[in-house]
Design a protein around this ligand. Structure first.
Ligand SMILES: [Zn+2]
Length: 86
């Protein structure tokens, strides 16, 4: 499911996976219980006041999901939390 034919997307996912792998090793070094591991995709979008072309388009279509992206990646955490509390 991860690897599509689009080489740009593939490079993006590969970079993300490298980040995830590094995080996992760091967590292992910290003796975290990786059996409770959770992985979540996250995206940080521009502020609602932003007026770049993507955000304007999002406003016009009333669809916040197509707003401009600041950060795009994966979040790894362990335990019962949602991963939002840091
Ligand atoms: Zn924007």
């Amino acid at each position: 499911m991860f690897f599509r034919k689009d080489p740009r997307k593939k490079a993006l996912v590969e970079r993300a996976l490298q980040q995830v792998e590094k995080m996992l090793w760091d967590m292992q070094d910290e003796d975290k219980d990786l059996s409770k591991l959770k992985l979540r995709k996250y995206q940080k979008t521009h502020f609602t006041s932003c007026s770049c072309p993507k955000c304007l388009e999002a406003k016009r279509k009333n669809n916040p999901h197509i707003r401009g992206i600041l950060e795009d990646g994966f979040k790894v955490y362990v335990g019962e939390g949602t991963g939002d509390e840091d």
